[in-house]
Ligand binder design. Structure first.
Ligand SMILES: Nc1ncnc2c1ncn2[C@@H]1O[C@H](COP(=O)(O)OP(=O)(O)O)[C@@H](O)[C@H]1O
Ligand SMILES: [Mg+2]
Length: 304
């Protein structure tokens, strides 16, 4: 086996190969994509295609992630999480066994840089799309759990929001075990870690805050007024302030409810702005209501 692993630190370099113990697939490392609490993810080439390979010492957690990803891949019409390709073990020079899995490589841009470039209208479109996907996950009986800006990738052509790291996905009613403080409503004393849709909706608001406040902030003695102030200070989002505030305080029971509220706001704004071409506009607005989210952002893009 050709690799340059020094004492099993699971660091691989460009050109190293990882060969699966059972499937014997040869993965050639191109570069590291990222590293988290659980494992390290590499962009690899295998069987002529690019994949993302996650390798870790934490076998139990990896098994959980694989199972969750299989479930997520089953959710009808959902493209939220990466597609799972192959699961295997890798044996290091010292004879240690590590779990890895190969999944779809999701290429794209981070949500904060995307919104900074494209503006607030696109943030709303991305939120609507994300809510649509989350709703499917919730209806399938899960909560995403560890939603944060590092776990969102914006694919181009067509613009699609994707989530990575399914490690936090939790069956509804259970307790979310993998979360990140800043995005966790229990940390902010604004609810429990019980896996219910409103848990994800809170994290979604925190994602919005993380875009506009690059330096994360800590809890204060009065968390709700503190976070509400952070929201309302983002003047460019004034149209959706009420919706973000509702989600902060757990007022939406479903992702669908929050999505509907956003769509209504967008449509209202359009109506006000385009009085002269009323008929064309109202036609488009009507289509917004019946359109899938995919066509929704297309329709919106006509106005931008
Ligand atoms: N399928 C993927 N496609 C592209 N990048 C990925 C993919 N999976 C993970 N990454 C990158 O690797 C980082 C770490 O992966 P993640 O699954 O979050 O690890 P951990 O569970 O240890 O937090 C991510 O933040 C992301 O930048
Ligand atoms: Mg992660």
């Amino acid at each position: 086996m050709m690799h340059s692993v020094k004492k099993d630190n699971l660091e691989f370099n460009k050109g190293d190969t990882i060969i699966g113990r059972w499937q014997q697939t040869r993965y050639t490392v191109m570069r590291q994509l990222g590293k988290g609490m659980i494992g390290t993810v590499y962009l690899c080439r295998a069987k002529g295609r690019l994949v993302a390979l996650k390798i870790s010492e934490q076998q139990m957690q990896m098994t959980t992630e694989v199972n969750v990803m299989k479930e997520l891949n089953e959710v009808q019409d959902s493209r939220l999480g990466p597609f799972l390709h192959e699961v295997d073990d890798w044996i290091s020079l010292s004879g240690q066994v590590y779990s890895f899995y190969a999944m779809e490589y999701i290429a794209g841009e981070a949500i904060h840089s995307y919104v900074r470039d494209k503006g607030e209208e696109w943030l709303v479109v991305l939120l609507i799309q994300l809510l649509d996907e989350l709703d499917k996950v919730h209806q399938a009986g899960y909560v995403f759990g560890d939603l944060k800006k590092e776990h969102i990738i914006i694919e181009k052509h067509p613009v699609t929001v994707r989530c990575i790291d399914v490690g936090g996905m939790t069956k509804r009613g259970r307790s979310v075990k993998e979360y990140s403080e800043f995005y966790d409503r229990a940390y902010w004393q604004l609810g429990t870690r019980k896996a219910e849709p409103s848990y994800d909706l809170f994290a979604l608001v925190m994602i919005v805050l993380s875009i506009y406040y690059p330096n994360p902030f800590k809890r204060r003695s009065l968390p709700l007024p503190f976070l509400s102030q952070k929201v309302t200070n983002i003047k460019r989002l004034h149209l959706i302030h009420p919706i973000l505030l509702n989600a902060l305080s757990g007022k939406y029971d479903t992702a669908q409810a929050m999505k509907d509220a956003l769509i209504k706001t967008v449509v209202k704004k359009r109506t006000k702005r385009s009085q002269p071409q009323k008929s064309a506009t109202s036609y488009l607005i009507q289509s917004v209501f019946v359109a899938s989210v995919a066509s929704l952002y297309y329709i919106l893009s006509l106005f931008l």
